[in-house]
Design a protein around this ligand. Structure first.
Ligand code: CP
Ligand code: NVA
Length: 305
């Protein structure tokens, strides 16, 4: 059976810890001018992008390359998928050629369909429901700053979206308390909260509130994401509803003094985050972006090693 990484629950807590350990090792090796291997031995990893991407595209393509594989980037609008070919047929064909498939898409069912029919490892490069590769990088960033993950308090403020879901699931699995503050109508999907509860370990779990200061109080990190995700309707109402959830100095002041600010990027300065929070001393946001590469390599090793 091929291993997959669709919503993160495919990992055991030990798998997660091993991937983060390995990512840290690969990061150190790369900084020392090493970190390139032939683990993939020329195998092809197809990377399907039905939506725009900077970090995910770069980290995945470079990761496959540095592990000795061939990254085949396929843009959704250049595939027959865009003309109505089914995910099932796409999966049946791709699985006969590629050795693994990453996909960024809208409906999470597309990711699941590829996994069901391709017969090769499938990993989720973002769907409307989940963004688990991002959460791996977020946890690596927290681990670098604080050492142990278990027992940390991570606040997430803003729209309860795909990034929130993956943070809750993989955070809870790592023993982190993920305190989520969203306005009414923007709470994370109950299915995602249930998944997080089902994999939580050693004190990890999810707290839900509408109060951003309550979530952020004494937090080790405060995280936010865009108010309008790919596929969302950009309305004045949304922005008005989410305005009180901005990641700014006032919100950081209720967190622990050593707390870090996190954002998966791309950011909209003046909306969900201030310039000060994005570039200030407490920001770990660009480490977080770089860490996408190191966790992507460790994930590929886990799926294909
Ligand atoms: N954080 C993230 O997934 O960024 P991209 O959309 O640029 O890939
Ligand atoms: N929630 C955002 C994340 C982008 C990386 C989106 O889905 O557009």
């Amino acid at each position: 059976m091929a291993k997959h990484f669709l919503d993160g629950t495919e990992l055991s807590p030990d798998d997660l810890a091993a991937i983060l350990d390995r990512a840290a090792e690969l990061k150190a090796a790369r900084a020392a001018g090493e970190g390139v291997s032939n683990l993939l031995g020329g195998r092809t990893v197809a990377l399907v992008f039905e939506r725009p991407s900077t970090r995910t595209r770069m980290s995945s393509e470079i990761a496959v390359h540095e592990l000795g594989g061939h990254p085949m980037v396929l843009s959704g609008d250049a595939m027959q998928l865009s003309r109505g070919e089914s995910i099932r047929d796409t999966a049946l064909v791709m699985g006969r050629m590629a050795h693994a498939i990453g996909i960024r898409t809208g409906a999470h069912a597309n990711v699941e369909g590829l996994a069901e029919y391709s017969g090769v490892p499938v990993f989720n490069l973002l769907s409307e429901a989940h963004h688990p590769c991002q959460a791996l990088a977020d946890l690596l960033t927290l681990r670098e700053r604080f050492g142990e993950l278990a027992g940390l308090r991570l606040a997430y403020v803003g729209d309860g979206n795909n990034v929130t879901a993956s943070l809750m699931i993989l955070g809870a699995m790592a023993g982190v308390t993920v305190a989520v503050a969203t306005p009414d109508g923007y709470a994370p999907k109950p299915e995602a909260v249930e998944l997080a509860d089902s994999v939580a370990t050693s004190g990890g779990g999810v707290e839900l509130t509408v109060d951003p200061e309550q979530a952020s109080a004494e937090a080790d990190a405060v995280y936010t994401d865009v108010w309008v995700s790919m596929g969302d309707e950009d309305s004045a109402r949304r922005k008005l509803d989410l305005e009180p959830y901005q990641l700014n100095a006032k919100l950081m002041s209720v967190a622990k003094p050593a707390a870090i600010a996190l954002h998966c990027l791309p950011a909209h300065v003046g909306e969900e985050i201030t310039e000060e929070a994005l570039y200030g001393e407490q920001s770990a946001i660009f480490d977080q972006a770089e860490n996408r590469l190191h966790v992507q390599k460790a994930l590929l090793e886990h799926l294909l090693g």
